[in-house]
Design a protein around this ligand. Structure first.
Ligand code: NFS
Ligand code: SF4
Length: 621
């Protein structure tokens, strides 16, 4: 495959050419080396859950139809799907827990490095949970909020607090199905229990636990991550900035912050403004310190501060290959283990910071949240000291960069609409906006980088579907210019007119992947305003380049919340036709939505538009 076929992004193409010229291996080479992928694995028909195995089911021939224990294809594939959901939910929710703990620390030691930037949101949460506020300090109130949050991880109540944000009909449906999520940790543990050898065997019963666990993510761990990050670091407002590898500077110390948790990235942004560090950078011959983001931790600081974003998932190695990165600071999730090896070809230091994610070959500087500012400065210092080691002769920063407008939290969207949802509802009712689609998720080297994200988004806005995005999908759109108000020119007449009137782009960046919880909040608000269920709305979702288990958890809570969801490729379930039918057809009668699988992005758009029109007709629009 030619390099330009691996990505539609010109910056990525240039860095791939450089990688090949210099003999540096990237994710695309490793994908090729893995071909052909194991067919049993692709179909979800191998099981390693006990030492009588590993077992494989023969999907076609006369080979075994049962594992040693007697598990069949349905059991093996559904157990595997449930474990994927559990892992994805765990990742979002454990990230959420760290935010809760940072929030609690801020409540306990008011003088620490984390402050409450959005007290209004904190008070709103307190009132949502009936926490008294009269005559109490913000710290006291915050402590009570953190008690509730921590309780949600264990198991004190009957169902998670935030599920009450869903429309009443949806809540009742979940209760009647027995899938109300109880404790966030509890659901993940129960998944692991029920999928171990000799426990749950029924694929429907297993899938229901997968649904419950996904709900504990979307309406639990992820929502806590979003809400308390907003309180701590500020609720996003409209911001403008730059995207793609061209944001790297040839004269400044480049620091790329990669991973997920804003506890680290947000403080790095402020630490980099320290005059002492700036002075030090100048002493080393640099003109300044350039903090750039990557992946979702990049999205966190993009949304709140307009920090430049160097790229999405498939660009982490390519950023290093520019030769211009002094340090890549990583925390958790979506960090390729290959980074230290790629960095070895240059002067770049990979600095790992989480006790949960240590990378052989990287410099480990444990991030001490009680001493956040000091640790952040120490890390930046390492990067500055590394600047003189940059070999300017090997630097090759692609000139490609593109502006973006972002920061579309629920609050920002409401603000842009003048304080109420009504103008949006009116536009939907009149048909100038046909519906809303959420495009989310990753890159995957099996798909030409960003191709599906961009082709799908363009096709949808052309057909007057408002697009909301998070994660690496949103970064793809930033790089392609779809997050600029001028992108309204690519939209259909109705959507374009609304965007122009409000001065917003037709593709709204709502944040990191945990911020898909913002999409749920908007969906619930629209459903409540219309007095219907989420599954009745002209609303759909897509993850057209997904790779992470987190995307499986997100897709499952979307469908379980009533949102039709399109994937470009299926999770490993095709070995069980029963499970496949349940996910793509049977779920309609259970949760009012299904998964669809379609590789072609224009056809994906067709499916979404068809779904939206069907829902409009049913609503009498
Ligand atoms: Ni989401 Fe964000 Fe990107 Fe995929 Fe990874 S960074 S949490 S999982 S690859 S969108
Ligand atoms: Fe094989 Fe059953 Fe053990 Fe899985 S749990 S490895 S199918 S014996």
């Amino acid at each position: 495959m030619k390099n330009h076929e691996k990505s539609i992004d010109p910056a990525s193409q240039k860095m791939l050419d450089k990688a090949y010229a210099e003999g540096i291996q990237t994710v695309w080479d490793r994908l090729e080396a893995q071909q052909p992928h194991c067919g049993f694995g692709e179909l979800g028909l191998c099981c390693r859950h006990c030492n009588m195995g590993p077992c494989r089911i023969d999907p076609f021939g006369n080979g075994p139809k049962l594992g040693v224990c007697g598990a069949n294809a349905d059991t093996i594939a559904s157990r595997q799907l449930v474990r994927m959901i559990a892992a994805g939910a765990a990742a979002h929710s454990d990230h959420g827990r760290d935010i809760v703990l940072a929030f609690r620390a801020a409540a306990e030691h008011g003088e620490g490095d984390y402050k409450f930037k959005d007290e209004k949101k904190l008070l709103a949460l307190a009132s949502e949970f009936n926490i008294p506020t009269e005559g109490r300090t913000i710290q006291e109130i915050a402590l009570d909020v953190s008690d509730i949050a921590l309780d949600e991880y264990g198991m004190r109540g009957q169902k998670l607090q935030f599920t009450k944000r869903a429309p009443k009909v949806r809540q009742d449906l979940w209760t009647s199905l027995g899938v109300d999520p109880r404790g966030i940790d509890r659901e993940v543990v129960e998944c692991m229990h029920r999928t171990t050898m000799g426990v749950d065997t029924d694929y429907v019963n297993l899938t229901l636990q997968g649904i419950r666990t996904s709900l504990s993510d979307g309406w639990g761990g992820s929502m806590w991550a979003t809400e308390l990050s907003d309180v701590l670091f500020g609720t996003p407002e409209v911001v403008k900035g730059w995207s793609n590898l061209g944001v790297l500077s040839d004269k400044e110390v480049n620091i790329v912050v990669h991973g997920h948790e804003p506890t680290l990235s947000d403080i790095i942004v402020f630490a980099a403004r320290d005059p002492e560090l700036l002075k030090k950078a100048k002493e080393k011959g640099a003109e300044g310190i350039n903090i750039c983001g990557m992946c979702c931790t990049g999205n966190e600081i993009l949304m709140r501060h307009g920090v430049p974003i160097a790229g999405n998932f498939l660009q982490q190695e390519l950023a290093i290959i520019t030769g211009a990165v002094e340090a890549m600071i990583v925390d958790v999730q979506c960090i390729m283990p290959s980074l230290p090896t790629v960095a070895n070809c240059f002067h770049t230091k990979v600095i790992s910071t989480s006790p949960k994610a240590v990378f052989p070959g990287a410099t480990h500087v444990p991030f001490d949240e009680k001493n956040a500012m000091e640790t952040a400065k120490q890390i930046i210092s390492i990067a500055i000291d590394n600047y003189p080691n940059r070999n300017q002769g090997r630097v090759n920063i692609p000139s490609d960069r593109m502006g973006y407008m972002a920061g579309f939290s629920v609050e920002t969207i409401l603000g842009a609409l003048g304080g109420t949802l009504d103008p949006l509802l009116d536009a939907i009712k009149s048909g100038s906006i046909r519906g809303i689609a959420g495009i989310v998720g990753c890159n995957n080297p099996k798909v030409r980088q960003d191709h599906n994200h961009i082709a799908l988004a363009k096709e949808l806005i052309k057909n007057n579907v408002l697009v909301v995005e998070t994660g690496c999908a949103a970064i793809a759109s930033a790089k392609a210019g779809l997050l600029l108000p001028e992108a309204a020119d690519m939209a259909g007449e109705g959507l374009a007119a609304v965007c122009r009137a409000l001065g917003v782009p037709p593709v709204l960046h709502m944040g990191s992947c945990v911020d898909n919880s913002r999409v749920l909040v908007v969906a619930a608000a629209i459903a409540n305003a219309l007095g219907v269920d989420i599954s009745d709305l002209p609303l759909a979702a897509a993850a057209p380049e997904w790779m992470s288990e987190k995307a499986v958890a997100i897709g499952t809570y979307a469908v379980s919340s009533g949102i039709y969801t399109v994937l470009n490729s299926p999770p490993p379930v095709l070995g069980s036709s029963n499970l496949t039918n349940l996910l793509t057809a049977g779920a309609e009668g259970v949760v009012g939505a299904v998964f669809a699988v379609e590789a072609d992005p224009v056809k994906q758009a067709g499916l979404i538009i068809e779904h939206i029109e069907k829902k409009r007709t049913a609503l009498g629009l």
